[in-house]
Design a protein around this ligand. Structure first.
Ligand SMILES: Cc1cc2nc3c(=O)[nH]c(=O)nc-3n(C[C@H](O)[C@H](O)[C@H](O)COP(=O)(O)O)c2cc1C
Length: 200
């Protein structure tokens, strides 16, 4: 199943009850590949994914996530994280090989300098801003492949950190349960354009 971006946007909604059918690994990989095509400043790509399918681990995650029903129901939950320390360490991998030599050199020398001057906390926040773009990509990539999701912020970061051995500097951006819908969810309820747009 594949749909246009417009169809994916129109039909995506937060789903908290899923069919109990496992997601093939290749589908997960394709969703994450598409997600990784999200843009980021300096192409830094700080997003890192943990895919939780193990029933025991997922049960523990459910309790660390305020017992949100979507975490219990989905057979796969993606923990979307941002790791700026790893991103800086691997900056060489994110610099496009086709850029002019001087630009590549500039990026190589300046990315660690500019980001290195910030505190780990500031860098962390900067990484989360980039990773939120990937979050939107993941929701729409899943939908375009016929899957549903429910981004979830309600979790205890310290507990999730401990469960998956995540160091303090890794930011946990969201939990994203994924599967095929076993409920319809709610139709979109959004501000009308005239409430939020100003043409000048
Ligand atoms: C970043 C993010 C975090 C969210 N966290 C939660 C959450 O913790 N629990 C929950 O039930 N829904 C959560 N939601 C779902 C929102 O309530 C939902 O997206 C919003 O009401 C719009 O509904 P729709 O997604 O069906 O269009 C979250 C959504 C986003 C984008």
């Amino acid at each position: 199943m594949s749909m246009t971006l417009r169809e994916a946007i129109e039909t995506r909604r937060s789903i908290r009850k899923y069919k109990q059918q496992p997601i093939p690994r290749e589908d997960i990989e394709e969703m994450l590949r598409l997600t990784g095509l999200a843009p980021s400043a300096w192409n830094i790509q700080p997003w890192r994914f943990i895919v939780v399918t193990n029933a025991e681990k997922k049960r523990e995650l459910y309790f660390a996530a305020n017992q949100h029903p979507q975490v219990d129901s989905a057979l796969a939950v993606v923990i979307l994280t941002s790791d700026m320390e790893d991103a800086i360490l691997r900056k060489g991998e994110s610099i496009h090989p086709d850029l002019p030599k001087e630009e590549k050199q500039w990026l190589k020398e300046n990315i660690p300098g500019i980001l290195g001057k910030q505190t780990m906390e500031q860098r962390g926040r900067w990484g989360v801003a980039q990773t939120n773009i990937a979050l939107a990509y993941l929701l729409l990539a899943a939908r375009s492949m016929g899957y549903d999701s429910s981004p979830t912020y309600g979790f205890h970061p310290a507990k999730v950190r401990q469960l998956f051995n995540l160091p303090e500097y890794v930011q946990i951006v969201a939990l994203i349960p994924i599967g095929k819908r076993a409920e319809e969810g709610q139709p979109h309820h959004r501000h009308p354009l005239e409430r939020i747009v100003r043409y000048v």
